[in-house]
Design a protein around this ligand. Sequence first.
Ligand code: AMP
Length: 392
Amino acid sequence: MAWKTLDEMDLNGKRVLTRVDINVPMEEGRVTDSTRIDRILPTIRDIQAKGGTPILLAHFGRPKGQIVPEMSLRHVVPALSHALGQDVTFIDGNYGQSVEALPSGAVALLENTRFNPGEEKNDRGFAERLASLGDVYVNDAFSAAHRAHSSTEALARLLPACAGRLMEAELSHLEAALGQPKRPVVAVVGGAKVSTKLDLLGNLVSKVDHLVIGGGMANTFMAAEGLKIGTSLAEHEMTGTASEIKSKAEAAGCQIHLPRDIVVAREFKAGAASETLPADACPEDAMILDAGPETVKAIAGVFEACQTLIWNGPLGAFEIPPFNMATNAAAKHAAALTKSGRLISVAGGGDTVAALNDADAADAFTYISTAGGAFLEWMEGKTLPGVAALEG
Ligand code: AMP
């Protein structure tokens, strides 16, 4: 790992500018889910234990360089103070209040970085202003690392910098899943469309041994093979691309697994009458909404033959039962293998976390990344500017 951790930094008596993600859901000025706040507590506590004063900086919403009072981080202070068990000092956008006056043991929070028009432009001037408030920079916001902003990129180059505990956990698990994985590796890629996951598929076929394709995007791959898919969601203009991905996979020694049987319905709604058919038997007036039990059995066999699993996207229209069957069954199988120590399982992306929670499988996975965009870009093999800046 080319980046440093808190363990390697001297923080004693230092003001530690700590980039966090506390873009928490709020209703009527109150935080409704404090998961993101809870996840940064170990970093704050470790900085304090090393004698440093954490000065948190974060964005909230999309104020686009304007001061939008509803998007002030001031509203997050009560929930943050409650989670930490100590008062948090709020420093408004002028940073007029001297950070030097912060007593030892204090925790401070700066106003929404996106109130400054320089933030999203990765403006060096704004980064220098932030840098003047601290001695050391810690980035604990993996979920914001795919953006080159002043508080995630430029600032890291102006001060001694390291990863916080959450960033460290995220990077080491991702490295274990795709950087230096235990082989064989299987990737599950599902979801609605091929077109939104082209870079992802292109990168994965050269890195993994097995690629399970599910959900709406499998329909496009099946159409590319000449199978009839009725009225299913598909991108017929992408069938050429699907064939190219298949050839690239073959050349790289990656085996692609498509549905062997399908669950079809005439309507896209919960409880719609459905039937399970072989993959080549979709009626003209029906749509494929899930994979069938034979497919689940095959996927389970692939999981059993592998040591590492990386998962993004559901295998069917999981929000409308019974079309969550394949996703749930495969997720449960992965969870059981993980529990028995036979599989390292890493999953991420908004819908994926929801689907694994729906299957009651998320807790057993080795690691669940809640970083949507950053997780996908990382799976696509892209360099994340916020991580690259830590590497110096
Ligand atoms: P994505 O955001 O690309 O991960 O796609 C997730 C969405 O794909 C979910 O809302 C699923 O309901 C939807 N989806 C998965 N499989 C199908 C399918 N066979 N037909 C229609 N929608 C699907």
